[in-house]
Design a protein around this ligand. Structure first.
Ligand SMILES: [Zn+2]
Length: 80
């Protein structure tokens, strides 16, 4: 569901991850940033870090992110 929010002027779909919430493997792209899966190697670009580095995730999580708002992503992270 797309947010009709007017508070968010940025229209890009890119989700910015908090580096502090990711492990080093996740920041390096060696593990899915959402579910920590390391194999198969996460290849889907699901977001980025504040410094512009790409954050990768597995296909499942990429689909979740593609169909949900960033708030849901935060919940997914908290669930683990
Ligand atoms: Zn995943």
């Amino acid at each position: 569901m797309r947010q009709p929010s007017a508070t968010h002027a940025d229209t890009t779909e890119t989700y910015t991850f908090d580096p502090g919430s990711l492990s080093s493997a996740q920041r390096m792209g060696d593990a899915c940033a959402i579910c920590h899966t390391k194999w198969p190697r996460p290849r889907a670009r699901i977001g980025e870090l504040p410094d512009g580095a790409t954050v990768f995730g597995c296909r499942e999580c990429a689909e979740i992110i593609a169909s949900h708002t960033s708030r849901t992503v935060t919940h997914a992270l908290a669930a683990h």
